[in-house]
Design a protein around this ligand. Sequence first.
Ligand SMILES: Nc1ncnc2c1ncn2[C@@H]1O[C@H](COP(=O)(O)OP(=O)(O)OP(=O)(O)O)[C@@H](O)[C@H]1O
Length: 443
Amino acid sequence: MRILIVDDEPLQRDMLSGFLKKQGYTVHEAANGTEALSQFMRQPIDLVLLDHRMPDMNGDEVLARIKAQSPLARVIMITAYGAVDTAVRVMRLGADDFLEKPIDLEALLAKIRVIEEQLFIADDVARVEETIDTEALPVRMIAASPAMRQVLSLVMRAAPSPWTVLIQGETGTGKELIARLIHLLSPRKEGPFIPLNCAAVPEGLFESELFGHEKGAFTGAANRRRGVVEQAHGGTLLLDEVGELPLAVQAKLLRTLQEKTFSRVGGEQLLPVDVRILAATNRDLKQMVAAGGFREDLYFRLNVIALDIPPLRRRKEEIPELIRFFLHKYQSPAVFDDQALAQLSKYPFPGNIRELEHVLQRTVTLARSTNIGLRDLPPEIRDYRGATSEGDLNDRLAEVERQMLIEALERHNWVQTHAAESLGISERVLRYKMERLGIEKKR
Ligand SMILES: Nc1ncnc2c1ncn2[C@@H]1O[C@H](COP(=O)(O)OP(=O)(O)OP(=O)(O)O)[C@@H](O)[C@H]1O
C-alpha cells in the first residue's frame, strides 16, 4: 500500500514514516496541504494520513480536494485529542477514519489493516476485470460505496463455495453483473456461464427451456434440444427473475438441486448434471412464499447465501464514479459541470444503474457541446424537485437513521455496546441496523 503522510511537524512525520516503512509500506511525505495535493497528482496513493491542523490550508479543505480528485483514495484524519466535533465532521465530509493525537501506533496499524482489507477486495475486483477483459466479456463494475464494498466482500467469500446464492435487488442494480462476478471468482470459471431470463420464457416452454427435450417430445420438437441446465454443466446457471417460474417447474428444479439429476422433456432417463445455480429477483420472494406463489422449500434451497444489492439512490456517492466509467466506456470527451452533477445526484433513479447509463448516452448524444450543464439533462431529471412519494420518505428516514447511528458510534469510539446503550436499543438491533444501512464496522 502506498501511504502519504501529511503533517507539518517533521518529528511526527519521521516517526510515522519510520514506523510504517518498517511495516513494509511505501511511504511519501508532505509538509502542508498544497504539497499534499501536488504529491497526489504525481503518483498513485492508496491512503492518506492527514493531520487536520495545517498551516496553509484547513484540513477539511484538503480532505475535500483529495476526495474530489480521487473519490477512491482513503483518508485517515489525525485530529487533536478530544476534538470530537472535528472527528464527526470529517467523517461526514468523507474521511474513512480518524485517530486522535497522540497517535497510538497499534491503533493506527489496526485501522490501516481494515482499509487494506477493503483495498484487497478492490484489487481482487480489478483482477477479475482484467480476466474478463482478456476474455472479451463486457463486464466491469464500480463499487465505491461502503454498501457496495460490503456486497463485494460477501461475493468474494461466497464465490468459491458450491452454494446457491440468491441475489436480490431492484431492476438495473447490477444483479446479472454480480452473478458473472461470482462465476468468474469460482472454481467453475473455465466452465460456461448461462443466464436465463425467466420473465422472457413463454409459460408453456419453461420445462423444455430448462431441461431440454427429446426429438418428438411435443409438436414442433423436430430435434433433440439441450436445456440451460445441461448447457451449464460444469459451470454456472443464472436464473434471472426466478420469481416468474411456474410452481410445477419449481418442483422439478428443486429435484435437480437436491439430486443433481434431470430429465429432458419426453425422455425417460435421469441424467446426472454438475451445475451451480445462482438466482436473481427484483420481487420479494419471501412475500411470494407467504402468498403461495413460490415454494418454500425451493426458496430455502436458493437462499443459502443472500446478497442484497442496494438501489442507486442509497449509494449516490457512486454517481460521479459511474459517470466517469460510462463516459470512458463510450470514449466520450463530455464533462459534466457541478450543477448537472448535483441534479443527477438528487434524482432517485428508479431504473438504477441501467437508467443512469441510458440517461448519459442520451444526454451526451443530444448535447450541443462537450460541456454538459443542467439544460442538457433530460427534462424528468432537470425538473426533478425532490422527494414526494412514500418511497422517498423511507429513504429519507433511512438516511436520518444512518446519520444517528454513525454519530452515536463516533461518540462512543465505535464501541457498539456503548453506542447501542446511548440509542436505547440492544446491541443486536444495532448490528442488524448497521448491516442493513451499510455502515461498516470501524474496529
Ligand atoms: N456497479 C456497476 N458498475 C458498472 N456498471 C454497472 C454496475 N451495476 C450495473 N451496471 C450496468 O448496468 C446495467 C444493468 O445491470 P444488470 O443487467 O446487471 O442489472 P440487473 O439488476 O440484472 O437488472 P434486471 O433486474 O433488470 O435484470 C448493465 O449494463 C451493467 O453492466
